[in-house]
Design a protein around this ligand. Structure first.
Ligand SMILES: *Cc1c(COP(=O)(O)O)cnc(C)c1O
Length: 467
């Protein structure tokens, strides 16, 4: 007999209180934050779904590992544990520890990138793209065309377009390709998985053309879950074995340990080629730290080594993916437009469809983000025209292709009743849908405006037709 209820496969040993703010307080908190939830203090938030990055709860085993942290400058035991955990998982011999994912990206992509070089990916994550472009190289996204339709059901919407990949490698010349990067799961593409067969084809194309194949493996365990449940031939393969098979196809891997290593800070770079490792190690020592700690404390490295084991636990992964799906399914059934199928780490709400009466230049995504906060103290993030919008010469907004709001689920942090509460907040949002109004930007910096922009709600213009 199997039960419908997905219970959290853990007990709670230590708790962090949540301040239960009132709606009245939240009105003033949001005003003080200029209607930008990035500017809120965390204690003003009841349920924080801003990101799944670095927000995981560590296990008792990880906390006890922290006490064993060996803080030696060189040759620390904790480093050797972390290195072994990564060698065993990835099969990649040369491992470089870094303080987070983007540090590993900067080291690898400044080594591989240059003016005239090009990188291809299913979708470059924003820090990946920034590091590649900073090197002077070009970053080109080539996801499969199915990934562009938010309602289309496809089991592996994170796949890269391998036909286009071959054409583009030929067009630019293999000698000009810095690397092909598969991001698993595809974070910027809605947390959608990549299939093993897609990774195999990429590997074949790369080998044939002598081009490097890098895995951005931040969510490799979540991706392995989808392969076991959706790709034929993998039903009886363990999540860890699936991950190992995928790593065996690549020449290197980059990881932000703040995701599937279940820690609050850390990352690494791992490669096969000793001369590439050597070049990267020199940069590591200049900017991150000595090669046996990178930017990490010994205790952090202990926690990463343990987290990389724990994340492949059957019960954990089932709970992780099913609980994200649970939130998505409930919202979908209620009539909230969401991106389908539901990805691994987050649910994306289509705010432009939810609020058809709010024009794109009044930022429907920002309207939903503010509503979620005001109604329930739920913090989310706009992934739409605030984040990606640009202006034309007349200073008219060029909107993003979609106005989404991301509800990212921190790992092992919230229980089902927290999620039920979020669902209830959405019921209220639906009830007040027609009354919800748009926002205008009153201040914005030149770059990455979503972090610090100020917003003001637009006064509702009373209709003169209907009284
Ligand atoms: C988070 C993330 C990164 C960057 O890692 P940081 O630890 O935030 O520097 C790179 N790629 C992907 C896919 C990510 O999700």
């Amino acid at each position: 007999m199997t039960y419908k209820t997905i219970i959290e496969p853990f007990k709670i040993k230590s708790v962090e209180p949540i301040y239960m703010s009132t709606e009245k307080e939240r009105i003033s908190f949001l005003k003080k934050a200029h209607n930008n939830p990035f500017q809120l203090n965390s204690e003003e938030v009841i349920i924080d779904l801003l990101t799944d990055s670095g927000t995981s709860a560590m296990s008792a085993h990880q906390w006890s590992g922290m006490m064993q942290g060996d803080e030696a400058y060189a040759g620390s035991q904790s480093w050797r544990k972390m290195e072994k955990a990564i060698n065993d998982l990835t099969g990649l011999e040369h491992v470089l520890p870094t303080h987070q994912g983007r540090a590993a990206e900067r080291i690898l992509y400044t080594t591989l990138g240059d003016k005239g070089k090009v990188f291809f990916s299913n979708t470059h994550f924003d820090t990946t793209r920034a590091n590649i472009e900073f090197s002077g190289a070009e970053a080109i996204d080539i996801p499969i065309s199915e990934s562009k339709d938010p309602q289309l059901i496809h089991p592996f919407k994170g796949n890269i377009d391998t036909t286009l990949l071959e054409i583009l490698i030929k067009k630019y010349g293999p000698e000009n390709v810095g690397a092909v990067i598969l991001t698993v799961t595809n974070n910027s593409g809605g947390g959608q998985p990549v299939s093993m067969s897609n990774a195999k084809t990429v590997s074949t194309i790369c080998r044939k053309n002598k081009v490097l194949f890098i895995l951005d493996c931040c969510r490799i365990a979540e991706n392995s879950y989808f392969i076991q449940h959706r790709e034929s031939g993998y039903e009886n393969t363990s999540y860890r074995k699936i991950a190992q098979e995928m790593f065996s196809l690549a020449d290197g891997a980059i990881m932000s340990a703040k995701k599937d290593a279940l820690v609050n800070m850390g990352g690494f770079l791992a490669v096969k080629d000793p001369s590439l490792a050597e070049a990267c190690r020199s940069l590591l020592i200049i900017t991150e730290g000595f090669s046996t700690y990178g930017g990490l404390s010994g205790r952090d490295m202990e926690a990463i080594a343990i987290g990389l084991e724990e994340v492949f636990d059957d019960d954990y992964l089932k709970y992780r993916i099913r609980s994200t799906e649970y939130l998505g399914e409930k919202l979908h059934r209620m009539g909230i437009p969401i991106m389908l199928p539901i990805g691994g780490h987050a649910v994306y709400v289509d705010a432009r469809t939810l609020y058809p009466h709010i024009p794109v230049d009044e930022y429907p995504g920002q309207a939903l983000v503010c509503e979620l906060y005001l109604k329930g103290g739920v913090r989310s993030v706009e992934v739409g025209s605030v984040m990606f919008g640009k202006y034309d010469e007349q200073h008219k907004l060029i909107p993003a292709p979609m106005d989404l709001v991301r509800l990212a689920i921190p790992r092992r942090v919230y229980t089902q009743s927290h999620i039920e509460y979020v669902i209830e907040v959405f019921e209220k949002i639906l009830r007040d849908r027609d009354k919800t109004i748009g926002y205008k930007i009153t201040y914005e910096p030149q770059y990455l405006r979503h972090f610090t922009a100020h917003f003001e709600p637009l006064k509702k213009i009373k209709s003169t037709i209907k009284q």
